[in-house]
Design a protein around this ligand. Structure first.
Ligand code: ADP
Ligand code: MG
Length: 256
């Protein structure tokens, strides 16, 4: 059994967009993140997979400081995560997040959902914010839904609006935490296609997903987590065809 991550070529310092250095976190007695070292280069697409409860969501949430860490450090674009206030709001804009549940504002229209962060956090004027929101809604294929309320849209449409809303902030990196897990099967692909397009356009992305087709076609690297640790890191080809750790082999045997 080999559980040591394979050596990778180090990204040049300027290209290290997200760096987690020896991060540890507990929930009470549970050591949910254990000695996490993870560097994500600008433009890289990293797919995080692993059994339920292995710490994938917590890992994502620490990157935009929805969770604090007990030790270790996290930096984005060379700067440590801010603690609070306006710098923290800006961080959350720089680090776009799309969750399993769509998390749109129910009492705002689709268009307003995509405009809000722009006007409040980025201080974009209303006209420019609307123009950008409409362009992004077009880009994710829901331009004709702009004046509806979230509940009037399908799950797949809502999730694409959530992606547009995050993109409206011009994020440096996008985090996706099981973005298709709550969708009816026929809607999964329309969301994955938008994500694949983003990846092809060079967006830096961290994607927690069980969609192995997406991992194979879009990921530069697969990170496999188990029990709060990164057990294995590899290219999708290496990981799916030749997993090294027993835990990864067991996991793949169950899901493939
Ligand atoms: P995953 O996304 O891989 O399923 P999570 O990061 O959601 O894993 O959870 C990892 C572990 O941490 C699980 O055992 C979960 O029950 C626990 N956990 C997650 N969030 C909290 C919390 N806010 N308080 C206490 N335990 C939590
Ligand atoms: Mg999770």
């Amino acid at each position: 059994m080999s559980e040591v991550p394979a050596p990778r070529e180090a990204a040049p310092a300027a290209d290290k967009l997200v760096v987690l250095d020896n991060v540890n976190k507990h929930f009470g007695a549970l050591h949910v993140l254990q000695d996490i070292d993870l560097t994500i280069a600008r433009g890289e697409v990293v797919v995080v997979i692993g059994p339920s409860g292995s710490g994938k969501s917590t890992l994502c949430r620490t990157i935009n400081r929805l969770e604090t860490v007990d030790s270790g450090s996290i930096s984005i674009d060379g700067k440590p995560l801010p603690q609070e206030g306006k710098p923290l709001a800006k961080l959350r804009a720089d680090v776009g997040m799309v969750f399993q549940a769509f998390n749109l504002f129910a009492h705002k229209t689709v268009l307003e959902n995509v405009m809000l962060g722009q006007t409040k956090v980025r201080r974009t004027d209303k006209q420019a914010a609307e123009k950008k929101a409409r362009a992004l809604l077009d880009r994710v294929g829901v331009g004709n839904q702009a004046d509806k309320y979230p509940a009037q849209l399908s799950g797949g449409q809502q999730q694409r609006v959530a992606i547009a809303r995050a993109l409206a902030m011009d994020p440096k990196v996008m985090l996706f935490d099981e973005p298709t897990s709550a969708l009816d099967p026929e809607m999964i692909n329309e969301v994955l296609e938008v994500m694949k397009q983003l990846a092809d356009e060079g967006m830096t992305m961290v994607v927690v997903t069980h969609e192995m087709g997406f991992a194979r076609s879009a990921a530069n690297r697969v990170v496999f987590m188990s029990d709060g640790r990164i057990v294995e890191e590899a290219t999708p080809d290496q990981f799916f065809n030749n997993p090294r750790s027993d835990r990864a082999k067991d996991f793949l045997a169950k899901i493939l």
